[in-house]
Design a binder for this molecule. Structure first.
Ligand SMILES: *[C@@H]1O[C@H](CO)[C@@H](O)[C@H](O)[C@H]1NC(C)=O
Ligand SMILES: *[C@@H]1O[C@H](CO)[C@@H](O)[C@H](O)[C@H]1NC(C)=O
Ligand SMILES: *[C@@H]1O[C@H](CO)[C@@H](O)[C@H](O)[C@H]1NC(C)=O
Ligand SMILES: *[C@@H]1O[C@H](CO)[C@@H](O)[C@H](O)[C@H]1NC(C)=O
Ligand SMILES: *[C@@H]1O[C@H](CO)[C@@H](O)[C@H](O)[C@H]1NC(C)=O
Ligand SMILES: *[C@@H]1O[C@H](CO)[C@@H](O)[C@H](O)[C@H]1NC(C)=O
Ligand SMILES: *[C@@H]1O[C@H](CO)[C@@H](O)[C@H](O)[C@H]1NC(C)=O
Ligand SMILES: *[C@@H]1O[C@H](CO)[C@@H](O)[C@H](O)[C@H]1NC(C)=O
Ligand SMILES: *[C@@H]1O[C@H](CO)[C@@H](O)[C@H](O)[C@H]1NC(C)=O
Length: 465
């Protein structure tokens, strides 16, 4: 699915890396909530370059992917660490990257320890280990406060860490964290509407019209053998679609939708290498190309779409062929799907009003597919609300929720101030956690102001004025 990628899988990514780390492994209980006596190795990264004794620890609560990817795309923490003499730590999320309790097992039985509450407890373990091994003090020593940071699902975890373990982290910066994205809290069509708005704004409605019209063409073309062969060649697919079924056509369409979602989420005003390497304003680049190519008939529309999509799929020009089973190098997409099936069910639907293929939200069908794939059914859909309080955030404190209003995930975010210590910051032209990226000459005032707000909040929490 979507939400939300590294290691040095490609040599050139390693060379471009700006931030270096010591890689450490913590022995963490596989099950924090039973007597099961088993541990696994959880990876975390430490950078002490700006740390001065007595300074705080800025700890990033890892998302659904290889932790290096997030560590290389959260430059804000490095930008402000010198001001606070902070130690920087990025903790990988269990079951992702190299923190794999069961190796590469795909047996759904082995996923049973993959829950948000286990992940939060892992973070607490690492914090304890850091206190004991890095600082030689014990947990509970308030002289070395930890501040949690996270973006997207990582932002949800940062907020929840503060909510559930307020004695462990003094506050949390939760950027683009859709903690309110659950049943009945967000209209299911909102997500794709925001994306369509981004394509309208950066690419014009001519672009969204072409995309909107392409679904029916794709459905038609994939129904006939000659069409499938044409698509295989035209879109340079790795494996032939010759014998593709309707299920495969669904997957192809999901792949395309995910690409549009990812382009909107990462429509940064400068080139980035986050989910995949992209130019500045990838949505604009994609639409400009699509419009510049003349689409006169369904066939040329698909050909041109294939070419324009290379902005996303082949920006580096090193991709030999496409396979539609993944839209990123380093996100644990199928593992995330397990989480989205069990705990983090986020209803989404598309209607006539957006550029996506019309698709209602069908809880029953979703559950059936989850069962087919993982042999699991979702927990009660309101478990998230029961567990983390839903809209009742007034009982908590010291969290900043920031949202880019051009980010589809903002529809599930906290966008109004809740109390004198639960703040919301809106970044009018921001996309997915733009504020957590390093400062750039192309940054707009909104992003700059959001970062200033974060610094102000952290100073307040740490009592530094
Ligand atoms: C847990 O397992 C380790 C090694 O297998 C053993 O040394 C230890 O005594 C066990 N602890 C408990 C509480 O069973
Ligand atoms: C998992 O698979 C990847 C890629 O095939 C491999 O590089 C890695 O070593 C495997 N990890 C484990 C723990 O087996
Ligand atoms: C807390 O940390 C300070 C500074 O490192 C140290 O002097 C003190 O002994 C620690 N207190 C406890 C209870 O560990
Ligand atoms: C798809 O096929 C149907 C039925 O053959 C046809 O009516 C429709 O015009 C086709 N749509 C496109 C966009 O080619
Ligand atoms: C498609 O199916 C036919 C008949 O079973 C087979 O000969 C052909 O090799 C298949 N093509 C691919 C790409 O698998
Ligand atoms: C697009 O079509 C117009 C008119 O048919 C033609 O003048 C123009 O050269 C074409 N552009 C491209 C890029 O093929
Ligand atoms: C990727 O780009 C390169 C350079 O333009 C091109 O040779 C190659 O065919 C492209 N690959 C795909 C899958 O489109
Ligand atoms: C995706 O497809 C490619 C080519 O068809 C294949 O090599 C790769 O193993 C697939 N990856 C996954 C995760 O299924
Ligand atoms: C929340 O309060 C802060 C501090 O007073 C303010 O700067 C910010 O604009 C408010 N956010 C919203 C969304 O009103």
């Amino acid at each position: 699915m979507i939400l939300l990628l590294f290691g040095c899988t490609l040599l050139w990514t390693c060379i471009r890396s700006e931030y270096s780390f010591d890689v450490r492994l913590a022995d963490v209980p596989l099950d924090h909530f039973s007597t099961l006596n088993k541990t696994f190795k959880l990876r975390y990264l430490v950078n002490g370059q700006h740390h001065v004794k007595g300074g705080p620890v800025f700890l990033y609560t890892g998302n659904e992917g290889n932790i290096f990817m997030f560590a290389q795309n959260t430059g804000f923490i490095f930008d402000i660490a010198p001001v606070f003499n902070a130690l920087i730590v990025f903790v990988e999320h269990r079951y992702y990257g190299e923190s794999l309790p069961f190796g590469n097992s795909t047996k759904s039985e082995d996923f049973r320890f993959l829950t948000t509450s286990q992940a939060l407890a892992d973070f607490v373990y690492v914090i304890d280990e850091l206190r004991r091994t890095y600082f030689g003090t014990v947990l509970g020593n308030d002289t070395l406060p930890f501040v949690a940071f996270g973006g997207s699902y990582g932002g949800m975890l940062a907020a929840w860490l503060r909510m559930k373990y307020p004695h462990v982290v003094i506050g949390a910066i939760a950027s683009s964290a859709p903690i309110w994205y659950s049943k009945d809290m967000v209209p299911c069509e909102k997500f794709y509407e925001i994306i369509t708005g981004v394509f309208d704004k950066f690419g014009t409605t001519q672009c969204t019209d072409i995309v909107k019209g392409s679904w029916e063409i794709l459905r038609n073309v994939t129904k006939i053998a000659a069409g499938r062969t044409f698509l295989t060649v035209s879109w340079k697919m790795c494996s032939s679609l010759e014998n593709a079924t309707e299920d495969d056509a669904d997957k192809l369409i999901d792949w395309l939708s995910d690409i549009y979602v990812n382009m909107a989420m990462t429509n940064y005003p400068y080139p980035t290498d986050f989910i995949v390497p992209l130019p500045a304003y990838p949505v604009k680049t994609f639409c400009d190309k699509l419009i510049s190519l003349n689409s006169t008939d369904p066939k040329s529309t698909l050909e041109n779409l294939g070419k324009a999509l290379e902005v996303y799929t082949n920006y580096t020009g090193i991709i030999k062929c496409h396979s539609f089973n993944s839209t990123s190098r380093n996100l644990g997409e199928s593992i995330w799907d397990y989480q989205a099936c069990t705990e983090l069910v986020m209803p989404m639907c598309s209607t006539d009003k957006d550029m996506f293929e019309t698709q209602p939200w069908d809880q029953k069908k979703y559950s059936q597919e989850c069962f087919k794939r993982f042999g699991v059914s979702s927990r009660r859909p309101d478990w998230m609300v029961l567990q983390y309080g839903g809209q009742n955030l007034k009982y908590f404190s010291n969290i900043v929720f920031s949202n880019g209003m051009m980010d589809p995930w903002s529809c599930g975010g906290v966008k109004t101030n809740i109390s004198s210590s639960i703040w919301a910051v809106s970044i009018a032209d921001g996309v997915h956690h733009s504020d957590l990226r390093n400062a750039d000459a192309a940054d707009t005032n909104y992003v700059i102001e959001a970062r200033k707000f974060h610094v102000m909040a952290i100073r307040k929490w740490l009592n530094i004025f």
